[in-house]
Write a protein that binds this ligand. Sequence first.
Ligand code: ADP
Ligand code: MG
Length: 201
Amino acid sequence: MLDAAFFRRWMSTAAAAVDREAARLTDLDSAIGDADHGANMQRGFRAVTAVLEKEEPGTPGAVLALAGRQLISTVGGASGPLYGTLLRRTGKALGEAAEVTREQLAEALGAGVAAVSQLGGAAAGDKTMLDALLPAVGALGESFDAAAAAADAGALATVPLQARKGRASYLGERSIGHQDPGAASSALLIGALAEVAEAAA
Ligand code: ADP
Ligand code: MG
């Protein structure tokens, strides 16, 4: 079972991964965006870690809801409200349980990803974070490692796609041949989840 401490570790491990990979995220965004994705994610996840340490929410749902609110209030780019919605909606779907199962998390994350799709109007294949998140949700029903592998594969599979949503879509065909930065950061987020699960096992 996954408790609030597990979810706080997920968020701090994600923050560490974002710190480590910030330059790569910004490089990806400089090719098809405005070169701020690394900085946006770093600012957001540092703020998430800080607020979780200060407030120590006591349930998985409350951890993710607080993390999501913090992302929305600290990240200016498109990714802030989208990731914020992902975590808030996932947290809401987990309800007030003190502990949840991987299967329950998979279902809740599915609701979170659907909310991202609704907010941003993007679907699979539009070359966005959803191309990593949607396969991850599907595979999380199987295992944490399968989810991380699916997110990595999904992020890599955005390279040949043409962007149909967000800033990269302004480039039209010139967006082809580059990995989507948000799909790359989503793969980091799911990778951090698998890392924390591995350490807890
Ligand atoms: P901005 O585009 O405002 O500079 P970021 O650079 O932080 O924001 O984030 C860009 C990422 O946000 C993209 O790589 C993409 O994955 C994601 N994104 C942008 N628009 C959408 C959307 N409508 N739906 C889903 N994801 C989106
Ligand atoms: Mg950007």
